[in-house]
Design a protein around this ligand. Sequence first.
Ligand code: ZN
Length: 420
Amino acid sequence: MTCVLAIDIGGTKLAAALVDEAGSVLFSATRPTPRTDVMSALAALIAEVTDGGPPPEAVGVGCAGPLDLAAGTVSPVNMPSWRGFPLRDEVQKLTGLPTMLAGDAQCFALGEHWLGAGQGCTSLLGVVVSTGIGGGLVIDGAPLLGPTGNAGHVGHMSIDPYGERCECGGRGCVERYSSGPNLVRWALENGWSPGAVHEPSDERSDDPSQSGARPGHPSTLRAGPGDPSPSGERPGDLPPSGERPGDLPPSGARPGDPSPSSERPGGPPPSGEQPGDPSPSSEGPGDLFPSGERPGGPSGGSSGKVTLRGPGEEADARMLAEDASAGDPVAVAAFERGARALAGMIASTAATAEVTTVVIGGGVSAAGKVLFDPLERALDDVAGLAFVRAVQVKQSTLGVRAALAGAANLAWQAIRPPGA
Ligand SMILES: [Zn+2]
């Protein structure tokens, strides 16, 4: 059997898997991202995954940005020990295999196109809405990476040239309106009082997205059968809900899972990061986020009413979603405002590249209807041309597994180009 080695690198977790041409996971493992000497941890992870399995033919690596694909280097925001780190060459040297590198949000898009919500579509935009907003494009089945790997950076597309100043230095970036921390910031500035509209024990029982499960994506909220499996996985062990068995590693471990770190296949991890929480020892399986997420992501946290520590804390966007679901007018307005900004970005991107499908993942997408319903309405208002109006917006179905799937697809495309 032939397979490729897929690797997903984030500030919190490293994940690797052997994946066959159909997308089945032959073996996978994860471990926490150490503060230093990440390469040694990665080497050990690769050895663990490849030990005893069929030899992979190529390697696909998705990594948190920023990165420079021209040079093959990465400088992940939450991995201070890697600045201009020659990741592609290092992995190639380590494995002796052709190695492909891309950003984690690009891998998210590629994964969703291959095995997720974007299957079969011609041109796809993948968007990860979390602490920041990442994106990736798949055009005619191939990733559009750009000369230095920055194509698809839709989080910093300006949707209002007279708008608010963004941290990137630009003005009116969609991230400034729609990321988790910015949704929360606006809501707090406009009088949102977290939890004021309902009792914590209410409303959570019938809506899985509001339960104690990890946000990040609906599929991460349903435990996959493979989740708790103790060690090596076999094909077919990991059917996430509603997906084909064995397709991909199941979504991240669940809250309350006792084993905080180390190699637990079944918990493919995303490259989420949480700033302010850099210590590997603090990372649990529950910290899994979809790739592309930035530190301080809105996902995470318990379902309880945690103490607000300030705008942008990870639990807050979740609380905002709970309150929006419960009808809090300010919380509802915050999501409507964020959705409208997303709609502007989506319409612009659709007009630019004629994307036919947009797949949205990331912690904020777990908000579900309170985000997607106003997004549909806003898009209907914002978009004009028929081909722009035709764009379909979908919620991610792979969740935290999307980036690993995309990394595998990247490797397969390198050795078996589409149409070849
Ligand atoms: Zn910006």
